[in-house]
Design a protein around this ligand. Sequence first.
Ligand code: FMN
Length: 350
Amino acid sequence: MTLYDLAKPLLFRLPPETAHTAVHTGLRGLQATPLADRLESHYQVTDDRLQTEAFGQQFPNPVGVAAGFDKNAEISGALQSLGFGFVEVGGVTAEPQEGNSRPRMFRLPDDEALINRMGLNNDGADVVGRRLLRTDVNVPVGVNIAKTEHVAPADAPADYRRTYERVAEGADFFVVNVSCPNSQGFEELQNRDSMAAIFETLTDVGASPLLVKLSPDLPEPAVEDALNIVSEFDLDGVVATNTTTERPASLRSPNRTEEGGLSGKPIEGEATEMVRFVAERTDVPVVGVGGVSTAEGAYRKIRAGASLVQLYTGLVYRGPSISQEINRGLLELLEQDGFDSVDEAVGADL
Ligand SMILES: Cc1cc2nc3c(=O)[nH]c(=O)nc-3n(C[C@H](O)[C@H](O)[C@H](O)COP(=O)(O)O)c2cc1C
């Protein structure tokens, strides 16, 4: 019985966004207190076999927090204390945004899933950029950069550049989010010409390391187009995947009919297949995300070609010890299969 076993039923009685805010407030409060150090020594799994290097950054372990959990770069220190090896903050837009009206986040408890249509609510690049400069963490922190809602797709390159310039100094890597299903105009951003214009603008201003985050709903030819962009603009990595607007027939929870992006267990297999598809076609590191909640699931993505994994929904359902459990489990799985490090297992199934 863990503390989260006790807290979860109480949190799950609250509306999901209220529960998220409560957890967020708690995590923010404990940062820079002696408790944070104690949590870190409890949750962190320190082992050379878990350390990895990707796009010029050193990661103490391959398990990170996906975009959306720390939208405004307020709790990266606390997430490090929970043992995560990296954090992707954001999505951040050039201007502050309210996002969609509430409720906009829904639990699907029978499916270990969430549906969200947050709509990229965030404090804006100026505020987040300043906060990042004050952030004192030892793990890599990336920023997920998204298009401002009211900006037309044709003006997206300048909009992404504005955001990049405001957060550049405080971040270790940059993820261009062209795959948010909950904000206007995003479908158009994933076509070849739009992506080329965005990445040309960002590479011209020296954005690096630069990654692109893809939707699991892209048809294969569109993924291939995106991978051509990766090589044409010498990008540093691919994040696969974002949430899906698809609704697998297996979903049982009443909230399955809500509009928005589905995340968690039901997208695990598809996200892993997308990791494999991308890893088979590119040499850059792939960050595998979608339904990761166990060591076995993380390991499947690693063997399918992910150099790193990330999660959001797993943290909601499994609680704060999830990175510790995954990292400990990964060490056992590596040993079982005779690998000396996570790096050795990356792409073992390709
Ligand atoms: C409430 C919520 C908000 C999210 N916000 C963002 C975002 O701002 N930018 C982004 O690229 N992905 C966002 N995501 C997607 C996650 O980063 C991740 O790609 C997706 O949830 C799949 O991972 P998971 O199954 O581990 O949750 C969000 C997900 C959730 C559940």
